[in-house]
Write a protein that binds this ligand. Structure first.
Ligand code: ZN
Length: 332
């Protein structure tokens, strides 16, 4: 057993992983499996651990693949001939029907092992044509095919797809469990609680923030942009900061900031996310924006989220978002 891999595997997923392994061991391998649960809870980590465990030729008893055998190595190197992983070509975009056609072709090839697996994440990113194509395969799966889907928003999948899959729901883990898991990765400037707050209570993203330079750089840009929004007298430097960020990570944090502002205005308290910025910055901003505007801007932010996929000019998009904080709503 690989001690490092075991320490890194989220403990709240162990029960689910054991359940999947027993299912396969008892000959009840489902042809479709849908894993649901909130973002960052570890749906992908669970499925990948399961796939590696299935690929491993050494892990007779343990939950996790050994990490050393040929099966594990080809899985970890993305070259395992019996496993195909499908995601949008660009993060945040749709999964198109061409990707599902390659899934169907992959599953129809003759295979050497007992199971040929496809993992699609986020499954709800499939557009209508892609979902329809996959449905046909789920209705008449080739022998030995296993299709694994992960979805944070399963309601966006057609009911016909959901009903063809065995369901596995991963709930939000207990906070104490998550903190224990994160503690070995804490850093001087960023503890487990701060990392969880910065990542909107998503455990796997918090782990990445403590552990991964790209995640740290993204958080620094987002934090700088939000700080400049909190203290700047003029919108234009803020627009510049926003342009330096990836909106897919900045926008959820901006929305979370608005929730913190609202909480501060109602309760007079700083929540965990607000504490990342401090009351010197948040207090005056909250007082200026006020309750009604905070709620109105939050409503508009839902629209910004929906428009993330639209091909808009980044300059105009960032100006639109930032200038909203300098514009008062018309009286109702
Ligand atoms: Zn192995």
């Amino acid at each position: 057993m690989n001690g490092g891999a075991q320490a890194a595997f989220p403990p709240w997923l162990e029960g689910h992983l054991g359940q999947l392994i027993r299912l396969v061991g008892s000959g009840q391998t489902p042809s479709g499996l849908l894993v649901t649960g909130p973002k960052g809870v570890g749906k992908g980590a669970l499925i990948r651990a399961f796939l590696q465990r299935m690929a491993c030729t050494e892990a007779a008893e343990g939950l996790l693949g050994c990490g050393r055998c040929n099966g594990c190595r080809s899985f970890l190197g993305d070259t395992h001939p019996e496993i195909l992983e499908v995601a949008p070509d660009t993060p945040g975009k749709e999964i198109l029907v061409d990707s599902i056609r390659s899934v169907i072709e992959f599953l129809s090839l003759s295979h050497s092992g007992p199971v040929r697996s496809v993992f699609i994440e986020p499954a709800e990113a499939m557009n209508v044509n892609a979902a329809n194509a996959l449905l046909k395969t789920l209705e008449e799966p080739p022998g030995g095919a296993m299709i694994l889907l992960a979805a944070a928003q399963p309601a966006r999948l057609p009911a016909t797809i959901r009903s063809r899959c065995r369901l596995l729901r991963v709930p939000v883990p207990q906070r104490a469990l998550v903190r224990n898991w994160l503690t070995p990765f804490e850093q001087d400037e960023l503890g487990a609680d701060a990392a969880l707050a910065a990542c909107l209570d998503r455990p796997l993203e918090a782990r990445a923030l403590l552990d991964d330079e790209a995640a740290q750089a993204a958080w620094r840009s987002d934090r700088t942009a939000l700080e400049s929004l909190l203290h700047s007298q003029s919108p234009f430097p803020v627009v510049q900061r926003f342009l330096e960020c990836d909106l897919t990570s900045l926008l959820p944090r901006l929305q979370r900031l608005l929730v913190s502002v609202q909480h501060y205005l109602i309760q007079g308290e700083m929540d965990a996310f607000a504490r990342l910025f401090g009351s010197d910055l948040l207090g005056p901003f909250a007082a200026t924006l006020g309750m009604r505007e905070t709620a109105a801007v939050y409503q508009d932010s839902l629209q910004w989220q929906r428009e993330l996929q639209a091909p808009l000019n980044p300059n105009l998009r960032c100006e639109d978002i930032v200038l909203r904080f300098w514009r008062r709503s018309e009286p109702a």
